[in-house]
Design a protein around this ligand. Structure first.
Ligand SMILES: Cc1ncc(COP(=O)(O)O)c(C=O)c1O
Length: 445
């Protein structure tokens, strides 16, 4: 691999200033791990080791690392126009980028609102849902429904609709008027399912329970990840999402698909909405939108929602929402080059070709010590371990460290290891990845 990198590790004192996100800072800084370069399927550590990227960075580097076309687009954009805002002003790349995005989006999604991250996309989507109902004269529709074990980023709205206890407990009462559906994880009935599990369609009826409790006239929107990835890859039971969509439609509740991970090919279709043949009202994205190279997010909105807000005097700002960097020129140029790369290499559907091979490979880990479940969908996999008594999370974390030492980056969350390699992975590399996991799981306690 021809990658320029410097092997200068910062001194211990240098590690202090950076308060690392979602990290056990004190533990990490005693035994840090550094990547200093990357190329396609691999990272390079500061001590010169190649580590296969089994998680597409943080679920974002779908086309693999350091793709030349994307890097070139960034360089060219910086030479041409480094920044121009999009408040009452425009630049061509933002419009070109939005048009290209709606071209690959599911039918009916013909408007895009730009943000800088998944978290901003989520809070923007929640605000659009509230504003929509108000514009339609349903100002009492203010409640937001998330789901237990859901992850919707770190802003206050996303934290509130999110359903991971550890992410919520430090932050007080959070946003008022939020409730949660039950999660869909059911090890007793669904362990070792391949793809969508058989049992649990009826869990969607939990929305009917909340509709009775709060009255549908007070509920604005339901937000779910089509596949709940950050919480350890919870694949929706067969028919669950369809039933949820039907209940939303019945009660005039907007359905928001949080596709920050699933958009841009992860399941083998451009969006999870395509994959599950479901038409939500709003879709949130980020991550793969720029192949992870530059921060960007986008909220896809159906025409009727957009149009409901295009009222009042023409000089009025229709939606009081936006970020300094919404539609940043460099992000837009990166996104356009990313979409070109996905198209040229067939990456938005490649996971569908690889999925059967991937499924077999991941499920070959069944029977290894302490493995109590294996899940898969598209090019995503998860291995769940029986927790060590009194030490939740220990087993997955130890195996994550061991995999890293053995040349593979995986993601540990609770007692689950998640896998989501770049969509360019070859079958021989899937074998290699599973080979490392097999060795790690066999040798661990
Ligand atoms: C489904 C989902 N929504 C939102 C987010 C937040 O995205 P970001 O970290 O870019 O703010 C994530 C991040 O993993 C996610 O998986």
């Amino acid at each position: 691999m021809n990658v320029p990198f410097s092997s200068n590790r910062p001194t211990t004192n240098d590690l202090e200033a950076f308060w690392m996100p979602f990290t056990s800072n004190r533990q990490f800084k005693k035994a840090p791990r550094f990547f200093v370069a990357a190329d396609r399927m691999h990272y390079v550590t500061d001590d010169g080791r190649r580590v296969m990227d089994g998680t597409s960075g943080l679920w974002c580097v779908n086309a693999g690392h350091r793709r030349p076309k994307i890097a070139e687009a960034i360089r060219r954009q910086l030479d041409e126009l480094d920044f121009a805002g999009t408040f009452q002003m425009g630049h061509p790349k933002a419009f070109e980028c939005a048009s290209k995005l709606v071209n690959i989006a599911p039918a009916g999604f013909d408007h895009v609102f730009f943000t800088n991250s998944g978290s901003e996309s989520v809070d923007t989507a929640l605000k659009i849902a509230l504003a929509y109902h108000r514009a339609k004269g349903n100002a009492a529709k203010v409640r937001l429904i998330g789901r237990e074990r859901g992850y919707h980023g770190v802003n206050l709205g996303g934290t509130s609709v999110g359903g991971i206890g550890a992410n919520r407990k430090m932050f007080g009462a959070l946003v008022a008027g939020v409730d949660h559906l039950r999660h869909t994880h059911d090890l007793a009935r669904n362990a070792f399912s391949r793809g969508e599990p058989e049992h649990g369609t009826e869990l969607a009826d939990d929305l009917e329970r909340l509709a009775v409790l709060h009255d549908p006239s007070s509920i604005a929107a339901v937000i779910v990840e089509p596949v709940a990835c950050s919480t350890g890859v919870l694949v929706p039971p067969k028919g669950y999402l369809k039933r949820l969509a039907a209940i939303c439609a019945k009660h005039d509740i907007l359905l928001i698909f949080d596709e920050v991970i699933t958009a841009f090919g992860r399941l083998g279709a451009p969006f999870a909405a395509h994959y599950f043949s479901i038409s939500p009202d709003i879709i949130t994205t980020a991550k793969g939108i720029t192949n992870g190279a530059v921060p960007m997010g986008a909220v896809f909105v159906k025409r009727h929602i957009h149009d409901a807000l295009m009222t009042g005097p023409e000089k009025a700002i229709e939606l009081a929402q936006g970020c300094t960097y919404s539609g940043h020129p460099v992000a837009c140029a990166t996104c356009i080059a990313t979409l070109d790369t996905y198209r040229e290499e067939g990456l938005l559907t490649r996971a569908a070709e690889l999925a059967p091979y991937w499924e077999e490979a991941v499920h070959s880990l069944q029977g290894l010590p302490h493995v109590i479940d294996i899940r898969n969908i598209g090019l995503i996999g998860a291995i769940e371990f029986e927790p060590t008594p009194g030490e939740p999370g220990k087993r997955a974390y130890e195996r994550y460290l061991e995999a890293f030492k053995s040349g593979l980056l995986v993601r540990a969350t609770g007692d689950i290891i998640a896998l989501a390699p770049p969509l360019i992975i070859e079958k021989s590399e899937i074998d290699e990845l599973i080979g490392v996991m097999t060795k790690v799981l066999k040798s661990a306690n």
